[in-house]
Design a binder for this molecule. Structure first.
Ligand SMILES: Nc1ncnc2c1ncn2[C@@H]1O[C@H](COP(=O)(O)OP(=O)(O)OP(=O)(O)O)[C@@H](O)[C@H]1O
Ligand SMILES: [K+]
Ligand SMILES: [Mg+2]
Length: 683
């Protein structure tokens, strides 16, 4: 989607400038206490330019140009802050615009009560409606495929041109309105009402319309407001203090001092940093439902991944039939096909396909009166109940064994050895039963995605623990876990086990991220601090998670974590810089203010600025200029490499702390020289 427009275009720039002025509205500014104080400072200095003796004191005509200049610089400071926020928002708005263009007026084939189909505008479709889409047609609304299988071009949403398979049953059943069916026919049940579609929600998210301060941002805002209040008290008491030593400091100078001391740099950039972080996630084709989710990603300690489809390719196909006990291959294949006759999962269909190669096919029509039992992650079985009471199932070996034992059946002696052989190769064995007789195994093959080991290595360097959580048996799980290089694994996990694992980690004070696509993953996705749902997954999963990956690549959690960390580090670095920065301005202004009153303070005047007024001007100009200079850093983020948290902290303190002290010394001195050169040092 957004990959294409990464640069900031002319339009965004122009809109951002206009928005910087609109944002001057005090009702908006009050949300940012630090910058609001600067705005109040602007109004006061402006008033004092017009009425220099507003607060008493003696009227000096020479005061007016100086007051005006200070007032103007304060206005510019506020505008710079607003511009930073506006430009960060602008990119999102541009992306929303391009998404909106993909929303065209579609027509839909809606099923009526009598079962016939009628053409209606897609905008009238409601939750529960059933529509038919044929090859070449557009999918009119978000929904769940209830019949059929076809390839879909989702490039309008994901930017990926490779078609994806969508079909009934399994974890690939959800489709998105505005995408195009390339082959076959799908019957789809609409899952959303008008205006609530995935695309609508995405537009809202990238536009930032629903953006709220994250808890971290809120905490930092409170802290910055506290600092501002402290400096306000300090500066206000300076007046009487000067009076005590028989001097006086004019109000404009005090306001300039206050603005220099309060953390305006971070105050101005805080919101832009957050928006830019969200934006970076979007450019990775991940839609985050809140900024909080992105931040949580930066603090994640434990990553929970499922095996099938995340660590492995996930296209688990039947590759062999292995009879056990006294049963022959033919009987096993027949029973396996019977158990899979109505199983729409990729596993089920692959059994039918493999049997066909062995010359065994059964027709669904002959079994119309059989009762179909769908696969569920709870039972870990699927199959049929025939009208004569015969029960046919295939499923996870431990689940089948338990079932057979409950019915008083016998476990064939060679079952375990044969199952182990499959599992040790990383395959998934499914046992096949008719009533209480185990006929043999189906060997489901899956392979590990390339590059997984490396990615887990990176995560380890970041101090993140990876746990594979699978419904498969312990042996298969152990094989895959070892091969992929995860830190830990849990096997034979039911959906509630995933959730329990997440809770246990959270109870130890850890932040947990997981990715998932199935309906069975939904509770865990909701419980996790970061729940990354796959776009190919079911609606339930997408709704439960707080992020959706449009490319449906579960390993992207790794990038999401990096982006989250980068966001936190960027904010931390600029905060450090901002506060360190203010220390330097203190050294520029205080001596300048007091040297006439208390000559002893001359020893503090280490910067040797030309005149008190030039010192104040230089400091406040630097204070304003540093904001736009840091916008690129706020937007792009501080570079992040996987290293331990302490190394990172030390490094950033050195760069942004010490840098934050040195840079303004140089900057203010240079500005002072320029002002002096221009002959304005005694304005
Ligand atoms: N269509 C099916 N019919 C019968 N049994 C199945 C079917 N699909 C999977 N199984 C069995 O149920 C088990 C659990 O499946 P589930 O989808 O919950 O987890 P998984 O896909 O193995 O692992 P993961 O949680 O890593 O995705 C599988 O390991 C397999 O043994
Ligand atoms: K400041
Ligand atoms: Mg699964």
């Amino acid at each position: 989607m957004a990959k294409k427009n990464q640069s900031i275009g002319k339009d965004i720039f122009r809109t951002a400038i206009i928005d910087s002025f609109k944002k001057l509205d005090p009702r908006n500014m009050v949300k940012n206490p630090v910058m609001f104080v600067v705005e109040i400072g602007f109004f006061l200095t402006l008033l004092l330019s017009i009425f220099p003796n507003l607060f008493g004191g003696h009227y000096e005509l020479s005061q007016i140009p100086f007051n005006l200049v200070i007032s103007f610089i304060l206005l510019i400071t506020v505008l710079f802050g607003n511009f930073a926020e506006a430009i960060a928002e602008g990119r999102g708005k541009a992306q929303a615009e391009s998404l909106r263009r993909t929303k065209t007026d579609l027509m839909a084939d809606r099923r009526e009560k009598e079962g016939s189909y009628e053409k209606v505008p897609a905008s009238t479709l409601r939750k529960g409606d059933v529509v038919r889409v044929t090859a070449g047609g557009m999918i009119p609304a978000d929904g769940e495929v209830i019949k059929g299988l076809g390839s879909v071009d989702e490039s309008a949403i994901t930017g990926e041109s490779a078609p994806v398979i969508r079909g009934a049953g399994g974890d690939f059943s959800s489709v998105t309105g505005g995408t195009k069916l390339l082959s076959d026919e799908l019957i789809i049940e609409v899952t959303v009402n008008p205006g609530e579609s995935f695309l609508d929600k995405m537009i809202g998210l990238v536009e930032g319309a629903s953006r709220q301060k994250t808890p971290n941002e809120l905490a930092l805002t409170v802290l910055l407001a506290g600092l501002t209040l402290i400096f306000l008290i300090v500066v206000v008491t300076l007046g009487p203090f000067a009076g005590y030593v028989h001097g006086s400091i004019d109000t404009v100078t005090l306001i300039a001092l206050l603005v220099c001391l309060i953390p305006t740099t971070i105050g101005a950039l805080l919101s832009a940093i957050g928006i830019a972080g969200m934006d970076r996630i979007i450019r990775f084709n991940v839609v985050a439902k809140s900024g909080k989710a992105v931040e949580a990603a930066g603090d994640v300690n434990t990553l929970i991944l499922d095996k099938t489809g995340t660590i492995t390719i996930g296209n688990r196909l039947a590759s062999d039939f292995i009879p056990v006990g006294s049963h022959n291959l033919k009987d096993l294949i027949n029973t396996a096909v019977l158990s899979s006759l109505f199983d729409e999962t990729p596993e089920g269909r692959s059994v039918i396909d493999l049997a066909k190669k062995d010359g065994v096919t059964l027709s669904r029509e002959d079994y119309n009166d059989a009762e179909n039992v769908d696969f569920s992650a709870d039972t870990r079985m699927s199959g049929l109940n025939l009208p004569d009471g015969t029960m046919v199932r295939k499923g996870a070996v431990d689940a089948i064994k338990e079932d057979v034992q409950k019915k008083g059946g016998r476990i064939p002696e060679d079952l375990d050895a044969k199952m182990e052989r499959v599992a040790k190769e990383g395959g998934t064995p499914l046992a096949v039963i008719k009533n209480q007789e185990i006929y043999g195994l189906i060997y489901l093959k899956d392979i590990i995605k390339p590059g997984m080991r490396q990615r887990f290595e990176e995560l380890r360097k970041m101090g993140i623990k990876t746990v594979m959580c699978t419904g498969d048996n312990p042996l298969t799980a152990a094989t895959i876990a070892l091969e992929a290089g995860v830190d830990d694994f849990i096997a034979e996990a039911k959906p509630e086990d995933k959730m329990r694992l997440i809770r246990e980690e959270q109870e130890q004070g850890k932040l947990v991220a997981m990715s998932g696509d199935g309906t069975n993953d939904a509770p865990a996705l909701a419980q996790a601090d970061v729940g990354l749902a796959m776009n190919t997954g079911t609606m339930a999963a997408k709704e439960a998670g707080n992020m959706v990956d449009l490319d449906s690549d579960p390993t992207k959690l790794i990038e999401v974590v990096s982006i989250g960390k980068q966001l936190l580090i960027t904010r931390g670095s600029i905060t450090t810089f901002s506060i360190a920065n203010d220390v330097a301005k203190y050294f520029a202004i205080i001596p300048a203010m007091f040297t006439t009153i208390i000559p002893q303070l001359q020893s503090l005047n280490i910067m040797h600025l030309t005149s008190p007024r030039s010192a104040i001007l230089s400091a406040i100009i630097f204070n304003a200029l540093i904001i736009p200079l840091l916008i690129p850093l706020a937007m792009k983020g501080v570079k992040y490499r996987p290293v331990s948290a302490t190394t990172l902290l030390v490094k950033n303190l050195l760069i942004y702390g010490i840098g934050g002290i040195i840079v303004p010394f140089l900057g203010i001195k240079i500005i002072d020289l320029i002002i002096t050169g221009l002959g304005l040092s005694n304005i």
